[in-house]
Design a binder for this molecule. Structure first.
Ligand SMILES: [Zn+2]
Length: 327
């Protein structure tokens, strides 16, 4: 009977987690070399994500940022392998699933190799997908490169799902994860390329529904039900002072009832964008802030609003018009 020493298992899991963190630091450091900061590093049970404030525009830079993570695991693997070769080891020990002081390094080395290989699968959202896209983007436009890399990723994902169905359910999950990730990356990049060259003023809305700051929530509910609008501009003495979204109305109703005041639930410090700001950047900022609607300002004056739906509509229109009519 193989004996499993729980303390060593925990120790191995912690060490592996540490290697995942180092992997993410690899991405972050490479990005920093190109002047791109990392917002945070999020750790999931199956790995981590270093969230960069943006992606490098130069495909060669993206290549290095993507490769840096798996490279860290490969370096750890090589380092541990050299150590092990001095120590002497038996690969057969892996089959016995006996994690202890004699086999710890062997397991850690193998796990790093698996981590590197897994991340190099050429499919989004794995690093391999980004590496593939970066290679393609050296010769092709970014959106086209992403579409091809995404297609290859989804093809691989379907293969994983089918293969997993007959062999290993974990592969099915990985396949679904990759399939969705690849799709999201492709549509995200498509949207980015559609917005390229446009400014906030191109997509902003100058017609919107207003609501007084001191009106009861009941009023907002009526407006919500009687119009297409999903959010409103809150005004005080004819000046726009905040935004009110459908979610805020519903949340407010639960908390204060329909006689609650608009200003109690509205966002009175709305996110502000300048008319001349790059539309792509504005959209990205709204996504990271989870802001559905923002004020558009020109020379310090409120001019209109920009909401995420506007931007989606804008993209749809651009798509329908085709590439010749857009910028
Ligand atoms: Zn990575």
């Amino acid at each position: 009977m193989p004996t499993v020493d729980i303390a060593w298992v925990i120790f191995l899991v912690l060490a592996l987690f540490f290697c995942v963190v180092l992997h993410e630091f690899g991405h972050a450091l490479a990005a920093q070399k190109y002047g791109i900061q990392t917002k945070d590093i999020v750790l999931y049970p199956i790995g981590g994500v270093a969230r960069l404030e943006k992606l490098p525009d130069d495909p060669k830079q993206e290549l290095w940022v993507a490769i840096a993570g798996p490279l860290v695991n490969i370096v750890i693997f090589i380092g541990l392998s050299i150590l092990l070769s001095f120590q002497g080891f038996e690969v057969e020990a892996l089959e016995k699933i006996n994690i202890g002081p004699d086999t710890f390094l062997l397991y850690l080395a193998s796990a790093n190799l698996i981590l590197a290989i897994f991340n190099l699968i050429p499919a989004f959202p794995m690093d391999g997908g980004r590496i593939l896209r970066a290679f393609l983007a050296i010769k092709l436009p970014r959106a086209k490169a992403t579409a091809i890399a995404g297609g290859i990723g989804q093809f691989l994902a379907i293969f994983f799902i089918f293969f997993g169905l007959f062999n290993n359910p974990v592969l099915v999950l990985i396949g679904i994860f990759i399939f969705l990730g690849a799709g999201a990356e492709v549509s995200h990049t498509q949207q980015e390329s559609m917005l390229k060259g446009f400014k906030v003023k191109d997509a902003m809305m100058m017609k919107f529904q207003i609501i007084a700051f001191d009106a009861p929530l009941q009023k907002a509910v009526e407006k919500l039900l009687n119009s297409q609008a999903t959010h409103f501009v809150v005004v005080k003495d004819d000046v726009a002072v905040g935004t009110l979204s459908r979610n805020e109305i519903i949340k407010g109703l639960k908390e204060f009832g329909n006689q609650g005041k608009i200003e109690q639930v509205a966002n009175m410090e709305p996110f502000k964008l300048e008319t001349e700001e790059d539309l792509n950047e504005a959209w990205r900022n709204m996504l990271t802030r989870k802001t559905k609607v923002a004020f558009v300002i020109e020379n310090g004056h409120f001019l209109g609003i920009l909401d995420q739906e506007n931007i989606s509509e804008f993209i749809l229109v651009k798509k329908a018009m085709g590439p010749t009519l857009s910028h």
